[in-house]
Each structure stands twice: as C-alpha cells, then as structure tokens.
Design a protein around this ligand. Structure first.
Ligand code: ZN
Length: 411
C-alpha cells in the first residue's frame, strides 16, 4: 500500500452518483464543504506567506493537520493541490506576467481519498474514510471495480449530481518513447476537432460536427431556460424546476463532450500509429482568447472549445504507444500556403484554403496541420506537402463509422 516504485499506467473512471439517499448526499456535501473550508484557510495562509518564505505543501499539511473533519490524507491532498496550482501559475508567469497565483476562496472543493482511506464494505460498497470523528462515506459503485487497484478517489460536483473519479492502476507499464518514426502536426479547430498531417503528407480530418450540434442544442436550451428563469420568483417551485433542467442540460453536454473527445483522440492516435509516427506536434491554441475580442458568438464558441481536454486525452493515449506529444506555436499556420509558402492577408473564410499565389486549393485545417508538422521538423512552414486526406467523423452514440473518401482532390 502507498508506495509504488514502478511507473505504471493509471486510468480514470468517472462514475455518476445519481441515486444517493438524502443521508449520503448530505455527507457528500458536507465533505466537499469541509474541503472548501480547508482550502480557503490554506490559501489564506499561503497568501500571507508570499511576502517571505512561501509555504510548501508539507508546511501546510502540518499546520492544518487534524483541524477538519476530513481524513488526514484528504487534507494533505488539498495542500498538494494548492502547491501544484502555485507551481503552474509560476510556470505560466514566465510567458504571461499577468497570470495570478491562486487567490480565490472556495465554498466547495473536490475531496480526495488516497489508498489508506479507501476500503470496501462487506456488501461491495466503496467506503471512504473521513477520519475518526466523522462518518465514512459509503457509496455504491459497479461490481467491476471490486477487484480494481484503486489508488485515488475524488468526489466532484458535475452540473447537477456528484461524480466519483476513480484512479485505477492498471499495472501496465508504458513502452519507452520511440526514437525513430515520423513527426505529425496536429491542428485543433472548432469545426473539425483535429486535423493531422504526417511528414510524408498523409492527413486525417476528424469532424467535430457532432460535438458542435450538441453544444448548440445546449446553448439554445440554456438561453431559453434563462429567459424563463428571469420571469419567475427565485426559490419558487417553478424556479427550482427550471434551474434543475438547466443543470441537466449542462451535465449531458459534458458527458457527450467527454465521449466524443475520447473517440476523436483515439482516432488520431490510431492514425498516427498506422503511419509510424513517433512524435505529435500540436499547434498551441491556449492563448487564442486573450488576443482579440472575437464577438459574443465566437467568444462563446471558443470558451466552450475543450482543446485542453482533447490534448490531455491525446497525450496519454499516444504515450501508450511510445509516442510523445508536444505543443508548438502555430501563428500564421492557417494563413500560410503549405505548397509555396506565401502568406495570405486574411485567414481563409470557410473551410477551404485557396491560395491566390499558386492556385492551390486545400482543406484549411489540413493546410494548418501540414504547416505545423513542417514547423516542428524544419522550423518553418510549407516544407511538408499534403498528398492524401482521410475524413473521419466521430459519431455520438456508441458507434464510430470511418470512411476513406479515396479522392485525390485535396478538399
Ligand atoms: Zn500557394
């Protein structure tokens, strides 16, 4: 227990807690509230220490040990989370000086249990210990997890219900990173989730239409419900019912999005494996929103664009095949012609890049992906020429159909 010497692969399984008894739900709420209180206290202490020697997670863990109705490891996990957030902010500030260190107090916070706080009851329920003076949280989970090597459990709130995130050690070890093979460029987008292009010029486009329509539906529902909500009395029966539907719509979108992004990243990784890829260079779109105000509609699209989530899924799936994933700058990649290197004045309108210089006509995301691949390989654009394109569509419910258009035209 506790110590794991070999870096084995962990997977995360998310289990919705939909039919909890009032007692269970109350305890979930209490634990998350207590975690929020602990977090806020630690944060305050950390902010005060920023004038001199900054507190480490070890300091914080010691200071607050035993002061909350939580398992000692839950408190420790909060201290570690705070430290990790501080480290991320510090890293970020190297490139973005306006990034802030954590400062936001929280009423609720994710509670984490580690190995010595995780047990099973005799009737196969998960028992999460909250220290000596608080009842343990006993939650039902599907039987398949009984034999799993669970090393971490987190309790989160997702739109309208609690979720348990189980981190399970599969015992499998990732292969060493590949040392030979192709480089592939990945362009992330809103219409197409991703376009990939290998250095040999073979490209794949994964459509994001299913995801887009799910988002549009949810936004429509939301604006409709918001309008209705504004007309009724807060706290009334109708108000509560409408607020609940709103939560349900969000929760559904999150599930659909997760499912689609998992499938899309799997398709990208399988394509790369078939094409003997050793490393993926992903165009970095992290600061896209900071630069310009793109108008309410586009801003909404971009803020709902889960590229971080996608890159995370892509990274761990690629790593299982020994492929590495890195992010590189992608400025002007959509405007530059991947065939002759000319730079257009504007980003292309619509889905097709038409070059006014050499007359090339190509799918705009594939054009971007090949430029990103070229930049990763040679440090400049337009050295990789696209020769084939395959279109894939991630389908929402269960099935995935793939089709190779087989056409030589590059649209
Ligand atoms: Zn051109």
């Amino acid at each position: 227990m506790g110590y794991r010497s070999v870096a084995t692969n962990c997977i995360v399984r998310v289990i919705p807690m939909r039919s909890l008894s009032k007692q269970q739900a109350d305890l979930c709420r209490f634990v998350r509230e207590e975690a929020g209180r602990c977090w806020t206290d630690m944060l305050q202490a950390h902010i005060e220490s920023r004038g001199g020697k900054w507190l480490s997670s070890l300091d914080l863990g010691k200071m607050y040990k035993g002061q909350y109705r939580l398992h000692s490891q839950t408190i420790q996990a909060l201290a570690q989370k705070l430290e990790a957030n501080v480290d991320t902010a510090r890293e970020l500030r190297k490139t973005e000086p306006e990034a802030r260190y954590p400062y936001h107090p929280k009423q609720y916070q994710t509670a984490t249990w580690k190995e010595s706080a995780i047990h099973w009851t005799e009737d196969g329920k998960l028992l999460l210990s909250n220290g000596r003076n608080t009842p343990a949280l006993v939650l039902p989970v599907p039987g398949e997890y009984l034999d799993a090597d669970i090393c971490r459990v987190e309790l989160t709130w997702r739109a309208n219900h609690y979720e348990l995130c189980l981190t399970i050690d599969t015992g499998l070890v990732n292969p060493p990173l590949r040392e030979s093979g192709q480089i592939a460029g990945v362009d992330l987008g809103e219409i197409n989730i991703a376009a990939v292009c290998t250095e040999a010029g073979d490209a794949l486009v994964v459509s994001g239409r299913a995801l887009r329509s799910a988002k549009q539906l949810r936004n429509k529902r939301h604006s409709c419900l918001t309008a209705l909500l504004s007309r009724c009395k807060p706290g009334s029966k109708r108000y509560r019912r409408l607020a609940k539907s709103k939560g349900r719509a969000s929760a559904k979108l999150e599930r659909q999005q997760r499912d689609i992004l998992h499938k899309a990243s799997r398709q990208v990784v399988e394509f790369c494996r078939e094409n003997d890829v050793m490393a993926l260079a992903v165009g970095d779109v992290r600061d896209i929103q900071d630069e310009v105000d793109l108008g309410a509609k586009t801003n909404q699209k971009i803020s709902q664009w889960a590229h971080g989530q996608f890159v995370k899924y892509l990274s761990y799936k690629a790593r299982e095949y020994g492929m590495s994933v890195g992010q590189i700058p992608e400025d002007y990649s959509t405007r530059t012609c991947s065939f002759h290197g000319g730079v257009a004045k504007h980003a292309p309108r619509g889905r097709v890049y038409t070059c006014s210089g050499c007359g090339a006509v190509i799918n705009r995301d594939v054009n971007g992906a090949s430029n990103i691949c070229s930049r990763a390989l040679y440090g400049e654009y337009s050295k990789v020429q696209v020769r084939t394109i395959m279109y894939l569509r991630p389908i929402k419910l269960g099935r995935c159909r793939a089709f190779d258009t087989g056409q030589s035209c590059l649209l």
